[in-house]
Ligand binder design. Structure first.
Ligand code: SF4
Ligand code: SF4
Length: 345
């Protein structure tokens, strides 16, 4: 499909015009961090950002979501009968999503939309969402997307890919959905050779800035028990404080817990993100906990991401190389080092 260019001010005008019929999420600069917000009055997007701390996975799969509600009022004929909570079904677009986070959505998709299970909340939101990716011109030292099947300008899972060319964006529709989005946005001028050349240079320079990658090519061929019983886990887990930061920030983690909450005479069934790093995650009703030691929990996280997922899906590792866990782990546990140990020991 042909590339188009938009001046940045024009692009923003087009997005604002579309915002009436589509919930358009854009990166916005907060007091400390960039966050994704719905484009509306008073919301100023800032596309000049490296990445948000919390991944935009939270837009499709919210950290906490009411799924069902029921009346607990015994005079109500519908007392104790759960009904699904109404959802906003307006189409969505995430504009400015980084390629690593789009790749992350593809990984989570395998868990929520497969022949054995289709999660209705994930499926409806994901299908109504258009992903407008913004290529990374300046990847950080903790980014390693290229070594896990992505890249700073990877089109994986995206509907449109944007290149930041200074005062313009160059856009390429990757899917029909993306093509439709650009048509609805009014279309841009066809990109000339100068714009294309500039985009190529931006891409080349980005590839040089990437941090060190991970090696995971030999993990799939190793026996589960050999990796599980390896001697390095105590060493890796020593500093971990089980804070859960790594799993909460990760665009590829999908675990959740369901809680019933009572508010006066109404009850809600709520789905909340959960973390394999927390001791309660595997606590059985009997009181037995098969992972009551932090070394078991940490091992589970890495074994799942780097071994079990590979074995189950034969589609690479469960990591998109965004680097959030490397950057924000308070005790500097680095998945790249753990992968190297698993791969090479
Ligand atoms: S962020 Fe670091 S310290 Fe916190 S649970 Fe993850 S590995 Fe452990
Ligand atoms: S494991 Fe770490 S680097 Fe990989 S996708 Fe999750 S947060 Fe990003």
């Amino acid at each position: 499909m042909k590339e188009q260019v938009f001046s940045k001010s024009d692009w923003l005008k087009r997005l604002r015009a579309l915002a009436g019929s589509t919930r358009i999420y854009v990166p916005v600069k907060g007091p400390e961090l960039h966050v994704f917000r719905i484009l509306g009055e008073g919301v100023e997007p800032d596309f000049d950002y490296r990445n948000t701390r919390l991944s935009p996975k939270a837009i499709i799969y919210p950290p906490s979501e009411r799924l069902f509600e029921c009346s607990l009022d015994e005079k109500d004929p519908a007392c104790n009968i759960f009904k699904e909570v109404d959802k906003d079904r307006t189409p969505l677009a995430i504009v400015g999503i980084r390629p690593c986070d789009a790749h992350g959505l593809g990984i989570v998709q395998r868990n929520f939309d497969n022949p054995e299970y289709k999660d209705p909340w994930w499926v409806s939101r994901f299908e109504s969402c258009t992903l407008i990716g913004l290529g990374c011109s300046s990847p950080g030292s903790t980014c390693f997307c290229s070594s896990v099947g992505g890249g700073p300008f990877s089109e994986k899972m995206l509907d449109v890919l944007l290149w930041d060319l200074g005062d313009q964006f160059m856009a390429r529709a990757v899917t029909q959905k993306g093509e439709t989005f650009l048509v609805q946005a009014g279309g841009g001028a066809e990109a000339d050779q100068v714009a294309k050349k500039k985009a190529e240079e931006v891409e080349k320079s980005a590839a040089k800035r990437l941090g060190r990658g991970i090696s995971a090519d030999r993990i799939r061929g190793k026996k589960i028990n050999d990796l599980f019983n390896a001697s390095y886990w105590e060493d890796v887990a020593f500093a971990c404080i089980n804070c859960g930061t790594c799993t909460y920030l990760c665009p590829t983690c999908w675990c959740f817990d369901i809680q019933d909450e009572v508010f006066g005479k109404t009850g809600d069934r709520i789905r909340n993100w959960d973390s394999c790093m927390f001791p309660l995650f595997t606590l059985h009703g009997s009181g037995h906990n098969p992972r009551d030691k932090k070394v078991q929990r940490l091992r589970q996280r890495f074994m799942h991401k780097l071994k079990y997922y590979q074995d189950k899906y034969n589609a690479g590792v469960q990591c998109s190389g965004c680097g959030r866990c490397v950057q924000h782990c308070p005790v500097n546990i680095d998945i790249r080092e753990v992968a190297d140990r698993m791969n090479n020991v």
